[in-house]
Write a protein that binds this ligand. Sequence first.
Ligand code: ZN
Length: 203
Amino acid sequence: MAPMQISTNLVAAPSRVRQTTFVALAVCLAAIVAACVIVVAGLTTSFATAPFSPRVQDGHIPEGATVSLDDDHLPAIGKLDPALLSAMREAATDAAGSGLDFPVASGWRSAQYQDWMLRIAVETYGSEDVARQFVATPEESSHVTGKAVDIGSVDAQSWLSQHGADYGLCQVYANEPWHYERLIDPGDVCPQMVPDASSAREG
Ligand SMILES: [Zn+2]
């Protein structure tokens, strides 16, 4: 009987090893799959909830940076409507004779950037209705279509309020003396301003 037992053990031993190896591999594989699922889920969640911070390619002009109408290597300037940009450059050239310059505070903005600005405004003012008086939605903003530019100099704003129409440039919102769009043919009369960005505009 003894040889039979040895023989059985010899046959059984490799089988147990194979079984143990298989279980160990299965556990490892399950652990790897679980880890992958956790990583992918984590990345998805962090992409969905990551706070957006505007980049140069969104048209962002960093605080304190001086940007001119000639900086068209920057998307904020380069993606402006050509008719608006050339009218504004012509105005800036003529105003330079009076010692004025036209620093650009904001030009073209991506829809994502505009949406972020609106969300910040809603947080700041605590109400969507009030925020909309200062920041348009991405669907309605003329910055997203490249048809608006904000001039960051009070003297230049004042010059544009007197001479802008000669270049087709008009202030649109009564509460935004910095925001200009090319709305008319040069020399025509600008349409009446609307109170703020939440107001319905003509045509
Ligand atoms: Zn503006």
